[in-house]
Design a protein. Structure first.
Ligand SMILES: *Cc1c(COP(=O)(O)O)cnc(C)c1O
Length: 380
């Protein structure tokens, strides 16, 4: 019964034998720049491509400052640490996300609080956030506390799922009224805008990932962006061992992290970043073909939310129940069309079983039924 879907995807990807979910392509200056990095001998933690990537990335997203890191998870950890999240605090996030989101919270010794999802954006539900804060939060001397646990609520960490922007303006507005700073997990949403502003720039800090399956890759990498210059400067300091600049002295003024991206990886991604506008347009065109196809089939295909321009990093459909989802996963993968379910809900993982969760009705229904379908940039 899924054969028309499978042949549609095979046609879209020109009959490749195996169609991956998301494969990188290196069709620009990547090899040239990597060779330049090798020839310069600067392959490691400092180099011209690191600086160049930070400048060009900041320009693309429209941020005052961008600080590159070794991966997205370390960027999330550094972002939380920079906002003072520490042992015993709480951080609000969504139950339906990739495990790196709550793991970064845990690295700070803090407790994730899992909220429900929005059925339209797939991200953090504004209603669930509002309900939690109304019933649990209290601001004393400018600090937000959870009345029931006595813990500080130090941040809110929404994630833009599959590149589709969440209702970020509403989230920031509610969090502002409780003095809770927002960090955006924009790991999947490079190239996605909300109300004309790039994702990652609504909260205090935005975080990106350049893992191999993301829209552009450095092999592995991450980035923090902010419009707060002082915070940006501190982010660079903290992620580069907190060394006070000096020609020869080793003086470090706090416990910093070695979260740097090697220049070799930066060279690769400078080449990737040049192609990002083309990748986004190519993926948006693919999504439009999927949309038209699934509309005719009567299967729900996720489109960009209202006010959003999405990068359509991973395309997703919603099947009717878990049983149909499993049959679809089985048949597509058997025929060489790679598909994947969405993540398990975080509170269903052993280490987050005892974490606090709000009512997760929407997240659970999405987790049972979402399937990601092949979404790589198509060669013309
Ligand atoms: C990919 C991803 C990350 C982490 O990125 P890494 O670079 O793999 O550490 C974090 N959050 C989300 C939502 C992601 O998809």
């Amino acid at each position: 019964m899924f054969n028309d879907v499978i042949s549609f995807i095979q046609d879209l990807y020109k009959g490749e034998k195996f169609i991956p979910l998301h494969a990188p392509i290196f069709s620009g200056n990547e090899k040239k720049y990597v060779n330049e990095a090798i020839d310069s001998t600067f392959v490691s933690s400092v180099g011209a491509f690191v600086d160049r990537f930070e400048v060009e990335f900041a320009k693309y997203v429209g941020a005052k400052k961008a600080v590159v890191t070794g991966n997205g998870t370390s960027a999330l950890h550094a972002a939380l640490h920079l906002l003072g999240v520490s042992h015993g605090d709480e951080v609000l996030t969504q139950a339906l996300t990739f495990v790196a989101t709550p793991n970064a919270i845990s690295y700070c010794g803090a407790h994730p609080v899992f909220l429900d999802s929005d059925a339209e954006t797939l991200g953090l539900s504004v209603i669930s956030l509002h309900r939690f804060l109304e019933s649990h939060a209290e601001v004393r001397a400018g600090v937000c506390y959870n009345k029931k646990t006595g813990r500080r609520i130090m941040a809110c960490l929404p994630m833009h799922v599959f590149g589709h922007p969440v209702k970020i303006e509403d989230i920031v507005k509610i969090c502002d009224s409780y003095n809770v700073p927002v960090i955006e997990d924009a790991a999947e949403s490079l190239g996605s805008f909300y109300n004309g502003v790039h994702t990652g720039l609504f909260g205090k800090i935005g975080v990106f990932s350049f893992n191999g399956n993301k829209i552009i890759t450095s092999g592995g990498g991450g980035m923090l962006v902010t419009n707060d210059e002082a915070l940006g400067k501190r982010a660079k300091h903290l992620t580069t061992t907190a060394k006070v600049p000096h020609a020869w002295e080793f003086f470090h003024d706090e416990i910093g992290f070695n979260y740097r991206m090697p220049n070799l990886n930066a060279a690769l991604i400078v080449g990737q970043l040049e192609q990002l506008p083309f990748f986004v347009e190519n993926k948006r065109a693919t999504a439009e073909m999927y949309r038209q196809f699934f509309e005719k089939k009567g299967i729900q295909f996720f489109v960009e939310p209202e006010k959003a321009k999405s990068n359509y990093w991973l395309n997703a459909i919603l099947l009717s129940d878990r049983k149909e989802r499993d049959a679809f996963l089985h048949e597509t993968n058997r025929q060489g069309v790679m598909t994947r379910p969405v993540w398990n809900l975080m509170p269903d993982l052993p280490m987050y079983k005892s974490a606090y969760s709000e009512d997760l009705t929407v997240a659970r229904s999405l987790a049972d039924r979402i399937v990601n379908i092949p979404s790589s940039v198509r060669h013309s």
